[in-house]
Design a protein around this ligand. Structure first.
Ligand SMILES: [Fe+2]
Length: 390
């Protein structure tokens, strides 16, 4: 999102934006073409401000750019909350890699008990991270290519499920651990579904849909034969596609007949699927996904779990770009308060349209009279984790 603003040449260094028009000297020579980026101009042509002033050009029309890059956002979050905000990337990369190994062995008809035991240890490590992070959305993985989707999605469902469980039953570490492990394994049955069906754009044929649906029971059978006996984990694998209304599969269970574990995993699964980029769709913005899930509360999803999602990610999830009531613009980084309308915002542009300096995070809950006027865009969720070489 851009705004046009006339900026004094001597203050160019305070702004982030592009020239809105060609800038010509008094004798008609092109000094700066339209669309030149201000930070680039100042670095590439150190004397440009003097040159402009020599030609009596004292201000320039700029298209002010409010956005910051994903990399900048991530770097700032790491600086501001180095210990708490993000998941250990090595741990995340290892978990994704381990899920991939387990899937490949199943696809080759050679399931590995050790692989699943290793995953259970990774789940314990992830649980510790889930319990200490204040904002799970900043920890979720981003999918780089289609082949990787199921593995990153498994990590994300694990993290989100564990996080929601901890909101519903604070401090119940064993529950969080079961949800995290169950999340890693929830789509195990997809190891035997072909990539063509998994990545198919558009509607599945009835036959393809039956094959897809079979992943829930198939996954449970594979888990059982690989030594998984915990009924909570098995119910996540078998029943994460059940719906509160009873219209899900494979058993058509409704409401509390679906285990708490499967009900939590269902919300985590859908939230991550909606906000992921797939070969056939762009990612949905986090706040739109939250809204869509709220609309399905009491129909598809357990209302108590939808409330937990709303409390944990807020109405303005981390990564949402917002305009504040004083005209400043920033990116939501999280919420310390329980007020879902007043999160913390990393200021990127101040109320005068200037680039904000110094990684200023404003806690709206502590600022009288300052509130979010509207949302602008979404940085998207997640971090690109490098797969660990094992
Ligand atoms: Fe599934």
């Amino acid at each position: 999102m851009n705004t046009l603003k006339e900026v004094p040449v001597c203050e160019l260094n305070l702004y982030r934006g592009k020239t809105a028009d060609d800038v010509l000297s008094g004798d008609g020579a092109l000094l700066l073409p339209k669309g030149s980026s201000v930070p680039t101009i100042l670095t590439a042509i150190p004397g440009i401000q003097d040159t402009l002033l020599t030609w009596k050009i004292e201000s320039l029309p700029l298209l002010i750019d409010y956005e910051i890059s994903e990399e900048e956002f991530e770097a700032v979050v790491r600086t501001v909350e180095p210990k708490t905000a993000l998941l250990d990337p090595a741990l995340a990369g290892r978990a994704i890699h381990q899920v991939e190994e387990v899937y490949q062995r199943i696809a080759e008809n050679n399931p590995s008990r050790e692989g699943i035991e290793t995953l259970s240890r990774e789940a314990k490590n992830l649980t510790a991270e889930v319990l200490r992070t204040p904002q799970i959305l900043l920890c979720l993985g981003k999918v780089r290519d289609a082949d990787e989707y199921t593995y990153v999605h498994s990590l994300n469902v694990a993290l989100l499920s564990g996080y929601l469980a901890n909101i519903l039953h604070p401090g119940d570490r064993e529950l969080v651990e079961a949800m995290t492990f169950g999340g890693l394994l929830h789509d195990l049955g997809k190891a035997r579904v072909s990539q063509d069906v998994l990545n198919k754009p558009g509607r599945l044929t009835p036959d393809e849909f039956e094959k897809m649906k079979a992943h829930s029971i198939q996954g449970m059978i594979t888990a059982l034969s690989s030594g998984v006996e915990d009924r909570r984990i098995l119910s996540i694998i078998r029943n994460h596609h059940e719906r509160w209304s009873g219209e899900g599969y494979p058993d058509g269970l409704g409401e509390n007949r679906i285990s708490l574990h499967a009900r939590i995993a269902a919300v985590a699964d859908v939230f991550d699927a909606l906000t992921a980029r797939r070969v056939y769709k762009d990612p949905m913005r986090s706040r739109e996904a939250v809204t869509m899930i709220i609309e399905s509360s009491g129909k598809s999803f357990d209302p108590a779990i939808v409330r937990a999602l709303l409390v944990s990610v807020g109405l303005f999830p981390p990564g949402t770009m917002v305009e504040l009531s004083d005209g400043g613009v920033g990116v939501v980084t999280g919420a310390r308060s329980t007020d879902i309308y007043l999160p913390q915002v990393l200021l990127t542009t101040d109320s005068l349209g200037r680039r904000a300096e110094g990684n200023t995070i404003i806690d709206l809950a502590l600022q009288r009279g300052l509130f979010i006027r509207r949302t602008l865009d979404d940085m998207g969720k997640g971090v690109r984790y490098e797969l660990a070489k094992v």
